[in-house]
Design a protein around this ligand. Structure first.
Ligand code: TYM
Length: 349
């Protein structure tokens, strides 16, 4: 079992990232350690800084965000060497592992324009300005495929919005294996997305039909893992809701996207089901539900926030975490990259 996943270091880590992906990263790391340790199962988690340059960005902000996101991931429980942990996971940034970019180029020969044209994220982000978008934004999913195929990933914990990119990674792997590898010796493993049941898609606090996102201009639309208790409370109290009381059963949430989102967040945070939350809060209005949700979020996110603030100040420690992780990742990446070069007939000494 090889578990691999990434996050773009743009903006803050928010509740959607945490519930959709990072919480799973931590539990998969903990399970991996409990069942035989790093030899059988290895977890590689990375900051997708090479992906972040596919959109306009300020270089100094990217460097800061890369370190801040490293601190946030360690605060959430990613156990990297140098983060005070045992190094049960390998945490690094793509820019220090050049094999990601190299493999992307090799896979560009296999990926088809038509496949990339169908990517909903490309369509959303390029909008009506495909001509003016960067080539990197278009080939972004090929780099994402390289990220996981490079390590022979078997499982990739992500939120629902990344499912299509993972399907593309499988298509690329399959075509490359078919075209260039003997049937009994495939170069790449086909990765499996791992998507959480209850919290696969956390929505904006201002609009229950848009996903919670770092790129939303309104900070009120998301809970950041860096928000203090007062900010969390006020964001929850001002979150869009409706005038009706909560239903006692799930079907009563139909057609109520904001209520569905807030109840879903409560369930995911409390580690329970939507049905269980509704059986407690059914018949109560948002005047009662929102303070309960705010209190739960403050209680669960408080310790992460405290740890984050301590770590964020220690830049040498954060750089050491990424350096160590990158050295371990480079060593793991080399055999597959070499196999891909060989399969393509590229002569290297
Ligand atoms: P990114 O940085 O947008 O998000 C990181 C992770 O958080 C999940 N996520 C959400 N889950 C539920 N509800 C939401 N509102 C929400 N918003 C974000 C995402 O699904 C993701 O798992 N392209 C990727 C980064 C990446 C990657 C990879 C992921 C690069 N290479 C290889 C997996 C494997 C991205 O931009 O995620």
């Amino acid at each position: 079992m090889r578990i691999v996943s990434g996050i773009q270091p743009t903006g803050n880590l928010h509740l959607g990232n945490y519930l959709g992906a990072i919480r799973n990263w931590v539990s998969m790391q903990d399970d991996a350690a409990a069942s035989g340790g790093p030899k059988d199962r290895q977890c590689l988690y990375f900051l997708a800084d090479l992906h972040a340059i596919s959109q306009p960005h300020v270089p100094a902000d990217l460097a800061n965000a890369t370190r801040e996101m490293t601190a946030a991931l360690v605060a959430c429980g990613i156990d990297a060497v140098g983060g005070g942990g045992l190094g049960r996971a390998i945490l690094f940034n793509q820019a220090q592992v050049p094999q990601h970019a190299e493999l992307q180029w090799l896979l560009n020969g296999t990926a088809r324009m038509g496949w990339l044209n169908r990517m909903t994220q490309w369509k959303d982000k390029a909008g009506k300005n495909a001509e003016g978008s960067s080539v990197a934004l278009f080939t972004y999913p090929v780099l994402q495929a390289a990220d996981v195929l490079l390590y022979q990933a078997t499982h990739v914990p992500v939120g629902e919005d990344q499912k299509q990119h993972l399907e593309l990674a499988r298509d690329i792997a399959q075509k490359f294996n078919n075209d260039f590898a003997p049937e009994d010796k495939p170069v790449f493993t086909l990765p499996q997305p791992i998507i959480p049941g209850e919290a696969a898609r956390i929505m904006s606090l201002r609009d229950g039909s848009a996903k919670m996102s770092k790129s939303d201009p309104s900070d009120m639309s998301r809970i950041n893992l860096t928000d203090d208790a007062d900010t969390i409370m006020s964001k929850v109290k001002k979150a869009k809701s409706d005038a009706d009381a909560l239903p006692s059963e799930k079907p009563g949430l139909e057609g109520r996207p904001e209520a569905t989102n807030l109840v879903g967040i409560y369930a995911a945070m409390a580690g329970t089901s939507v049905d269980a939350v509704l059986s407690d809060f059914g018949g109560k209005g948002f005047g009662a539900f929102k303070p309960a949700l705010g209190t739960l979020l403050v209680e669960k996110l408080g310790p992460i926030n405290t740890r984050f603030l301590e770590l964020r100040a220690d830049r040498p420690a954060l750089d050491a975490i990424l350096r160590d992780g990158a050295a371990r990742a480079r060593a793991l990446a080399t055999p597959t990259l070499n196999a891909a070069y060989d399969a393509l007939g590229l002569v290297r000494g």
